[in-house]
Design a protein around this ligand. Structure first.
Ligand SMILES: *Cc1c(COP(=O)(O)O)cnc(C)c1O
Length: 339
């Protein structure tokens, strides 16, 4: 049958059979089209190339313990993509069209969905770009919405293992009234230098502080930050953070587990008070953090003993993974089961 090495999958691009495309022309969305090409043809003056009219999403489909395919919080991703569209003056994608496109992309590549049990999943990447030509700065008149998918391995090959992170003050990924709260490529471009330097210096990611005052924890690289103390899950409230759907879900689970949940500013000094800290997002669900170093002052915050993640992070992680893989009931209607 399939020759895919499910156990050896990385988190990276993987060619599958088909992708989905849809064009916006003359003020309306056309029909969904299926393509077997990995390429698109673009006008050299397309606004996505020059003026950053580009937004994306990231979500996953899982094979459950019962063999059924489950897509996690598809409608939330659609809503977020529309917030991004609004933010960059791109047309919104009707919820039904988004849903239909995601399901179609998954179904057409069914043989690329990893089976249950290896921690692998099918990563789904919706993309919205300005394709119309403009030379003066203004929004395009034409757009393309596309979705490609690909199998990805578990984020942590050796299980749930904590990482080190670095606080940076000499870079910002987004301005307070800028595009930090929407999922657009420009934020990622702006974070590359800090991220690359953090990697070279031995850290998994850079932690950005609020751009205005440099006093509060903002974004943990490409993920949201959370800390746990006194049975409370604390996550930053900031206008420049991308509202993570994983974080949103973890807050619900934390409350269900009897914890308090606080969404508020987190001053850097408070890092000394947390019992556990982590980053959260679709790729890893939770990346527990064992150590945070302030690059400027050299101050260190240490969280785990003998390289192990804290018990609460692990419990939250297992619960969310359990819902995604059908081991736990889907009480909140987060899952779309494929027929
Ligand atoms: C996508 C993203 C996240 C995580 O969001 P999820 O919906 O949980 O995947 C966090 N921060 C940034 C900057 C992101 O782009």
């Amino acid at each position: 049958m399939s020759a895919i090495d499910w156990k050896g999958l990385l988190f990276g691009y993987f060619k599958t059979d088909y992708n989905i495309r849809c064009s916006y022309i003359n003020g309306k969305w056309g029909k969904l089209e299926v393509s077997d090409s990995e390429y698109i043809t673009l006008h050299i003056a397309a606004t996505c190339l020059h003026y950053g009219q580009e937004a994306f999403e990231g979500m996953k489909a899982f094979t459950g313990i019962d063999g059924k395919i489950r897509i996690f919080r598809l409608d939330e991703n659609g809503k977020r993509m529309n917030r991004s569209a609004l933010g960059l003056m791109m047309p919104e994608i009707p919820a039904e069209l988004f849903r239909e496109a995601v399901i179609k992309a998954v179904k057409l590549n069914i043989k690329h969905i990893p089976p249950h049990g290896h921690g692998a999943s099918l990563y789904i990447r919706p993309l919205l770009i300005g394709t119309g030509a403009q030379v003066g700065v203004s929004p395009a008149k034409e757009y393309m919405f596309l979705i490609f998918v690909g199998p990805v391995g578990p984020y942590f090959k050796e299980g749930f293992s904590p990482v080190r992170m670095q606080i940076v003050k000499d870079f910002d990924r987004a301005a307070p009234l800028g595009t930090g709260s929407i999922k657009v490529g420009g934020n990622y471009a702006a974070s590359l230098r800090a991220g690359d330097r953090a990697h070279q210096e031995g850290y998994a990611s850079a932690i950005f502080l609020d751009a205005k005052e440099k006093k509060y924890i903002d974004e943990a690289g490409p993920a949201n930050f959370f800390g746990i103390k006194n049975n409370t899950y604390v996550t930053p409230d900031s206008v420049s953070i991308l509202p993570s759907i994983t974080n949103m879900s973890l807050r619900v689970i934390a409350e269900e587990m009897g914890m308090k949940v606080e969404k508020r500013q987190i001053p850097v000094e408070e890092l000394a008070e947390f019992e556990e800290v982590g980053a959260c997002g679709t790729a890893a669900v939770i990346s527990p953090i064992c150590k945070i170093v302030d690059r400027e002052t050299g101050k260190e915050y240490i969280y785990c003993k003998n390289g192990k993640a804290g018990p609460i992070s692990e419990k939250l992680y297992n619960k969310l993974k359990g819902i995604q893989e059908g081991l736990e009931p889907d009480k909140y209607g987060w899952i779309t089961v494929l027929e």
